[in-house]
Design a protein around this ligand. Structure first.
Ligand SMILES: [Zn+2]
Ligand SMILES: [Zn+2]
Length: 307
């Protein structure tokens, strides 16, 4: 199953010619899972070829404008395009009231249901058949969440040759083994699932920090992630200011990535002062080589791990 991560906005606080405001979307199995919803997100979605009618969930990290002001415009665009499917929103408290105020004052009519989940406690906040989204409280100047999207492990691979060798013929007995039940072979011996099925295969994990200073909980949340998308608003020489503003620097993000043993770190939420993001990239790579810098419309395909 393919999984693509598309960066829709990679700047922080104010947009620039090159960077929109924070938004990143995971496209997987016909569904779109978005983290943050910066202003103008619907135009970025048009440019990136994201659909407005798909199954979709949006996870807002915090109520700062650059992360949430895209919602009214996106909802209105979806309504004008006659979206019918429910849209699910997750975020800290305040999200519900924000949407109510917008709907009262701007008075647009929605053509679809919006289900808002305000998150009070960290932990698994959204569980589907084959994935979980976990939230952790980050460390910003207002309450802010970091999110981890993780696919559940897939069952191990079934080996027909092993089943045959153990005297289990193709047919209903194979399905029983695949359901995790033991069976009896042709000569009466018990055959257990682990004898014919390989170990379960781990799924993909993508972690999004939102705005935050480095914090220990992030190492746990991001543990062994395929992709960590982390705040790197200001460069290392401005570490003090970054800390005051509740943000991280490239080196700090890289340390988290290293401790968490992630496969790839992508720096985002870059301050408008950097026209050349290489400065930030180089600082991070000194600590963690597998680092990249997010660019608007950059897309990453994350393959499933083989066996
Ligand atoms: Zn921000
Ligand atoms: Zn913020």
């Amino acid at each position: 199953m393919s999984l693509r991560v598309v960066f829709l906005g990679t700047g922080g606080s104010v947009p620039t010619r090159e960077r929109g405001l924070p938004a990143v979307v995971i496209q997987r199995s016909g569904e779109q899972i978005m983290f943050d919803c910066g202003e103008g997100v619907q135009r970025q979605m048009v440019k990136a070829g994201c659909g407005f009618h798909r199954k979709m969930k949006i996870f807002v990290t915090h109520m700062h404008g650059d992360h949430v002001l895209g919602l009214p415009g996106l909802l209105q665009t979806m309504a004008l395009l006659d979206r019918q499917r429910k849209l699910e929103l997750y975020g800290p408290s305040g999200l519900k009231r924000f949407l109510e105020c917008i709907r009262e004052t701007v008075q647009f009519v929605l053509t679809f249901e919006v289900e808002v989940h305000e998150i009070k406690n960290a932990g698994a906040i959204c569980e589907e058949k084959d994935y979980v989204v976990e939230a952790a409280w980050a460390n910003h100047v207002i309450p802010s969440l970091a999110y981890a999207f993780a696919e559940k492990p897939r069952p191990g691979r079934f080996h027909p040759e092993k089943a045959r060798a153990l005297g289990v013929p193709e047919g209903p007995l194979w399905s029983r083994l695949q359901q995790g039940r033991q069976v009896r072979s042709a000569d009466g011996k018990i055959v257990k699932p682990h004898q014919v099925i390989g170990p379960s295969r781990i799924g993909r994990k993508i972690v999004y920090s939102g705005d935050t200073t480095p914090f220990d909980g992030m190492v746990k949340l991001a543990s062994r992630a395929d992709l960590l998308i982390h705040d790197a608003t200001l460069d290392d020489t401005l570490a003090e200011k970054a800390s005051e503003d509740g943000h991280s620097t490239p080196r700090q993000a890289a340390r988290i990535a290293k401790k968490a043993r992630v496969k790839l770190l992508v720096l985002t939420h870059l301050s408008a002062r950097y026209s050349d993001a290489n400065v930030l990239l180089k600082q991070a790579q000194k600590t963690f080589r597998q680092t990249d810098v997010a660019e608007d419309f950059k897309a990453l395909d994350l393959p499933l791990q083989k066996d």
